[in-house]
Design a protein around this ligand. Structure first.
Ligand code: ASP
Length: 335
């Protein structure tokens, strides 16, 4: 009896040790094996817009570092909240991620009464992208050559001027709403499933104005298809938009806005996957030709510490809190 008990204990200990070893082996195997198939990044807007363009560029560079293709899945609608909800429910196995931004990962909880996900509780931060300031754009034939002229016209005829945007709660919508509130005007907003279709209608003259991120606004401006009339950066961008004034200069003192982006995983993704992706991104960013190209598009590179997974998680929580006040103060509502 005694012997049997002792034996039983030894066996139990051996079994426990084997389990620990197996567990370690499984973790190592996962770390070695990942990624053994293409990885998907969900972009919750139409292809060809600023989020899509930035995500594809970064996915290409990071994909080379991890030795696997990163596939972009465009899941557009409701200002990015549909794609974000889909990503939140994905299996956290290191093969599905969300390209998130200020709208659906920062402002959405203050705007949507029912949101199918929580930007803080349902996601792990992977790394932050560089920021992108926006440009106030009008069609070539527009009578408004400056922000002041547009504001004066909107004051004279409330609701007459319409603004295209990428969806309710998208950056283009939020910044237009802040602009409206600060300028004391009323415009009509027209929502699309991304900035790309909104841009098409701006070029075609069906919408009167739009805020778009610099990386996709610039090629349209340089191609002579639209006119930039103001910037949301605090300082001018003479290389990209010569002669175009920041809104902060005259029209709206102190006004500053830029879209922030980050890569998120559904909560519970293996930590080694997050670490590998973050390291791959930092390695990619060491390519100075690439970062110079981003800067030439008006993209604003950040200090390296701000790209870290925990820095993104802290930033997200801070932005969710910030937008509760901003949205209330500016009376931004879902319309
Ligand atoms: N990021 C854009 C916005 O929120 C939308 C897009 O990328 O298409 O306005």
């Amino acid at each position: 009896m005694k012997i049997a008990k002792a034996w039983g204990r030894t066996a139990a200990l051996a079994a426990a040790a084997a389990t620990v070893l197996l567990g370690a082996a499984a973790t190592t195997a996962h770390a070695q094996a990942w990624p053994n198939k293409p990885v998907t990044w969900i972009v919750p807007f139409a292809a060809g817009g600023p989020t899509d363009a930035m995500a594809r560029d970064i996915a290409d560079k990071v994909g080379r570092q991890i030795g696997q293709a990163i596939v972009i899945e465009n899941a557009a609608g409701a200002g990015g909240t549909i794609g974000a909800g889909k990503a939140a429910k994905a299996t956290p196995d290191g093969y599905t991620f969300l390209v998130g931004h200020m709208g659906y990962m920062g402002a959405a909880p203050s705007l949507y009464k029912k949101l199918s996900y929580d930007p803080v509780k349902d996601f792990d931060g992977v790394f932050r992208f560089p920021d992108t300031p926006l440009v106030l754009l009008v069609p070539k034939s527009s009578p408004y050559k400056t922000a002041d002229a547009l504001i004066a016209a909107a004051k004279a005829s409330p609701g007459k001027i319409n603004f295209g945007n990428a969806g309710v709660g998208s950056t283009s919508h939020l910044i237009a709403a802040l602009f409206e509130s600060r300028a004391g005007i009323q415009v009509t907003s027209i929502s699309y499933k991304g900035a790309a279709p909104a841009m098409n209608d701006l070029v075609g003259g069906q919408v009167d104005a739009m805020f778009d991120q610099s990386n996709t606004a610039l090629p349209q401006v340089q191609g002579g298809r639209i006119s930039p009339i103001a910037l949301t950066s605090l300082t001018p961008m003479p290389q990209q938009y010569p002669g175009v004034a920041p809104l902060a200069d005259k029209a709206l003192p102190g006004f500053e806005a830029a879209t922030w982006y980050g890569l998120y995983a559904p909560k519970g993704v293996p930590k080694d996957v997050v670490a590998k992706l973050h390291q791959a991104y930092l390695k990619a960013l060491a390519d100075k030709d690439w970062t110079a190209r981003m800067a030439s598009q008006g993209i604003h590179l950040l200090p390296e510490a701000q790209y870290a997974p925990d820095a993104l998680a802290r930033h997200t929580a801070a932005e969710v809190a910030k937008w509760r006040k901003v949205a209330a103060d500016a009376k931004i509502q879902i319309d």
